[in-house]
Design a protein around this ligand. Sequence first.
Ligand code: IMP
Length: 195
Amino acid sequence: MLTELVIASHNQGKIAEFKNMLSPLGVTVYSAAELNLPDVEETGTTFAENAQIKAETLSSLTQKPCLADDSGLCVHTLNNAPGVYSARYAPNRNFDLAMTKLIDELKSSGSSDWSAHFSCVLALKIPHQPTRFYEGRVDGNITPNRRGNNGFGYDPIFIPQGFNKTFAEMEAKEKADISHRGRAVKLFLNKEFNV
Ligand code: IMP
């Protein structure tokens, strides 16, 4: 049974989400910053590899169980770019520019297929156990006209399948119910905590 968990992220939003979810289950959650842990470089070529590198590095430094995630947007016509490079695709972390760049690339591809998916992989490393993985995915389409003010990153140009609105037009709860991260977290909670 997990009683403590290090979250391998410096993203305050993600850490708060995990604390909210796991504290009621009796888990003491530490952020990487609280334990003075370094930022781990994402040198992998898949979401799973990056999540694994982060979880295993911080677990070996702390000798505690550690949870890491990696996620991104895969645009099918662009050979699944930006994929694991979704954060780095944004010049100076400016996602407005990143969305313009993506839409320009789709327009110049000449393809009418603007389908895409978001992926999220969670890696859980418990000392002396093999790393366990939980993966979530949501399919949808890129729209050339950004809409909505909620969320972050590429949310204003992603319309999930079966909806007429972008992720940025959804309330947090509505997005979490169907999102890649929400789905990965549900699998994690179900398997590790039976909830
Ligand atoms: P990371 O998982 O923190 O490395 O983030 C990967 C990048 O993928 C983020 O910076 C966003 O650009 C993008 N991304 C991941 N999940 C989402 C999402 O739910 N909405 C919009 N963009 C996302």
